[in-house]
Design a protein around this ligand. Structure first.
Ligand code: ADP
Ligand code: MG
Length: 349
């Protein structure tokens, strides 16, 4: 099997260059926290910050930078225009870099108040086609057609990625989520492909579930799920459901992979415009994204140092922002994480 997202070779001195796309809303403040934490953790990463405004050249430059560095950390870029000709730059980046799979590991943090406890679900989402093909048109007045694109090649890659992930991480079951009873051709192909790939992994159980039943099961009996695979839009919705079950938009991070590039970002991909600049955004989702990025680059010790400091802060000391029912400011949480990094027994340097 081909390795997904080739890992860039470190620059002189073992440092990596990483593209930072702060995006809109709370993105810039969260990136500021990542930089602070990296400074105290001594993480060997240099950020190339690319602001994406409204110019097309901004997007071009961002893509050039990611292609050069191989890895990016990203906030959500707001699409202000509702005109059909203005495409979401978030989608454009994923499509242009062929980041065909999104991985969201939804694992409960003990000690963080949540609707469900001890959840450990991995959502693996097709990330570049399906309902996000952006092929919509008005065929005649008052009739809109919107195309959902499912291909054998991408369904195959996602399914293979999921089973390989399950195998490498000691997971027991993969569930394909679909609506093949209605969308017989598109979801039918996605489902059939995953069944075919499943045959190569007899040690991993495979089953499937219709998306509507899946939503009910997730809310009532979420512990039955292990690894899940699905097309793009179901992935977006299911990701938000599971994040909501275990702590909301501010807690988890997501990973986007292609054969050549990787992008790390908060799991629910929200802009958080309404809470920007108020010092209340939960910094954990973006910090987790930065931990995942360090692991991807092979800086395992730095990743663990930061991860442990996060866990100590939110699980043991229970320093929580308002979204988790706490009263701490974003900066209180970050300060505590930095204190915990500085007090850690084992440091990578
Ligand atoms: P979208 O970008 O899809 O419009 P929003 O930005 O409105 O979504 O975010 C959805 C919800 O999640 C909002 O209530 C927002 O306040 C909340 N949210 C998103 N990110 C965070 C965060 N880091 N900390 C706390 N709340 C967050
Ligand atoms: Mg918003």
């Amino acid at each position: 099997i081909k390795k997904v997202a080739a890992i860039p070779v470190a620059l002189y001195g073992g440092r990596h260059a990483v593209t930072m796309l702060p995006g809109g809303g709370i993105g810039p403040e969260l990136m500021g926290y990542v930089r602070e934490v990296f400074k105290y953790a001594g993480a060997p990463v240099d950020f190339e910050v690319v602001e994406i405004g409204d110019e097309n050249t901004d997007l071009e430059y961002a893509l050039t930078s990611i292609k050069r560095n191989g890895v990016a950390i990203k906030g959500n870029i707001e699409t202000k225009s509702e005109s059909a000709s203005v495409v979401s730059r978030n989608v454009a980046i994923r499509n242009e870099l062929d980041l065909f799979v999104n991985v969201l590991h939804c694992k409960s943090y003990p000690g963080v108040p949540a609707r469900q406890k001890d959840i450990d679900i991995v959502i693996i989402r097709q990330n570049t086609e399906g309902e996000y093909a952006m092929l919509e048109h008005e065929s005649v007045d008052g009739v809109i057609e919107s195309m959902k694109v499912v291909t054998t090649s991408n369904s195959d890659r996602v399914a293979r990625f999921a089973f390989e992930y399950a195998k490498k991480n000691g997971r027991k079951k993969v569930t394909t989520i679909h609506k093949a009873n209605i969308m017989k051709l598109s979801d039918g192909l996605f489902l059939e492909t995953s069944k075919r790939i499943a045959k190569d992994y007899p040690e991993i159980e495979h089953n499937d579930m219709i998306i509507d039943n899946c939503c009910m099961q997730l809310v009532s009996k979420p512990h039955q799920f292990d690894v899940m695979i699905m097309t793009n839009l179901y992935g977006s919705i299911v990701s938000n459901v599971v994040c909501g079950l275990i702590g909301g938009a501010g807690l988890l991070s997501g990973k986007n992979y292609g054969d050549h590039y990787a992008i790390f970002e908060p799991g629910t991909r929200n802009t958080g415009t309404a809470i920007a600049g108020k010092n209340i955004a939960n910094p954990i989702a973006m910090l987790s994204a930065s931990v995942a990025m360090l692991k991807h680059l092979g800086h395992t010790q730095h990743a663990e140092l930061i991860q442990r400091a996060i866990e100590k802060t939110i699980c043991e000391e229970k320093i929580h922002t308002p979204d988790l029912g706490g009263t701490a400011k974003s900066t209180d949480v970050v300060q505590r994480i930095i204190d915990n990094i500085l007090q850690a027994d084992i440091r990578p340097w």
